[in-house]
Design a protein around this ligand. Structure first.
Ligand SMILES: Cc1ncc(COP(=O)(O)O)c(C=O)c1O
Length: 333
């Protein structure tokens, strides 16, 4: 990605507006969760304006692109997303008066898709799986077609854009470390790798003895397994995103989509937090990692990356889980 600044193309009015949006981005709360054996902290990223941690990556990417003259008010932004990143971009770009065409796939939550169709004049949805069991490569082909079709287009490319990770470094990580202080273990779900890249690099600078645990889901190719079908959007990817290579990761925990479901329901029962699939997976990873732990209580932190509301008819619906995630259903798919 070019980091060249095209002075002649910078839209100053737009830059003022995007700076104002960034300046007014709310800080999300960090809550202490009473948990046996751990000093457990959750950063409530689900309280971001568009409901997920993706606000942090999206606003930083947009501000930097406007600052370099890569986005003006006559640019169309095109991006592949399984939901949350598209929602964050759609909301900010709508406010900025810049057109946005998200490219989605059939795993998108119904509520997220409905909101995107309200906010965007054009929504693209691929239907063909890409041969890896996922849709990412199909989405990227559609993005390439749109980039060829439109004359003034900007593609954030969230899988390799360092500005997305920078948003987490500057905003999410700074707030988390200010509020918690020392952290012994940080558990982070991985999709594009932007979150773990930004959080882990700042943690390494401030607490080099900490352990960062990456959490991924079976069927994801991020940590070397062959890609396979996955149904819950959020974490996992059918490629290894380059942002993961620069992250500071000491351990990796890979769980199943059934574990994601169990983790979501356990987090709701144990702490009253109604969160999305990736957060459930991270919570399941934490409880499994520290199962039987004795001795001093480590400080453990994680993000509640999005809310459970868009997953009400999937992760939280017994019928859906029986239909899609029982061993028989997975075998027959
Ligand atoms: C709910 C949720 N959790 C976690 C992630 C993973 O974050 P990242 O893409 O920064 O690795 C995503 C990414 O889309 C997400 O939507």
């Amino acid at each position: 990605m070019s980091a060249r600044v095209d002075q002649g193309r910078i839209d100053r009015q737009l830059l003022d507006r995007v700076d104002a949006l960034l300046g007014h981005l709310p800080r999300t709360p960090v809550v202490r969760l009473p948990h046996p054996g751990l000093r457990l902290y959750a950063k409530m990223e689900l309280e971001n304006r568009t409901g997920s941690a993706k606000d942090r990556a999206a606003i930083w990417i947009l501000r930097e692109a406007v600052r370099r003259g890569e986005i003006t008010r006559s640019t169309t932004v095109v991006e592949s997303s399984s939901g949350n990143f598209a929602l964050a971009l759609a909301s900010f770009l709508n406010e900025l008066g810049v057109p946005f065409a998200p490219v989605l796939d059939p795993n998108v939550n119904a509520a997220t898709e409905r909101t995107l169709r309200q906010l965007c004049a054009r929504v693209e949805k691929v239907t063909e799986p890409d041969g890896t069991g996922g849709y990412l490569l199909s989405r990227l082909v559609r993005v390439a077609e749109l980039r060829a079709e439109l004359s003034d287009v900007y593609w954030p490319n969230q899988y390799s854009n360092p500005d997305g990770a920078r948003g987490h470094y500057e905003l999410t990580a700074r707030e988390l470390l200010e509020d918690v202080g020392r952290i012994d273990y940080l558990f982070v779900g991985v999709g594009t790798g932007a979150t773990i890249n930004g959080l882990s690099r700042r943690l390494r600078e401030e607490h080099p003895d900490a352990t960062v645990v990456a959490v991924d889901v079976e069927g994801s190719a991020i940590f070397g397994a062959p890609p396979a079908r996955r149904r819950i959007p959020g974490i996992g990817s059918s490629i290894r995103p380059p942002l993961v290579d620069d992250a500071w990761i000491k351990k990796v925990v890979v769980l199943s989509e059934r574990d994601e479901v169990a983790g979501c329901r356990a987090l709701l029962r144990d702490h009253g937090i109604y969160a999305g699939g990736s957060t459930g997976c991270v919570y399941a990873a934490i409880t499994r990692y520290f199962d039987g732990h004795t001795g001093p209580e480590p400080v453990v932190a994680f993000l509640c990356a999005d809310s459970g509301n868009p997953y009400a008819d999937t992760v939280y619906a017994d019928d859906w889980v029986t239909e899609h995630l029982t061993p028989a259903a997975i075998e027959g798919a």
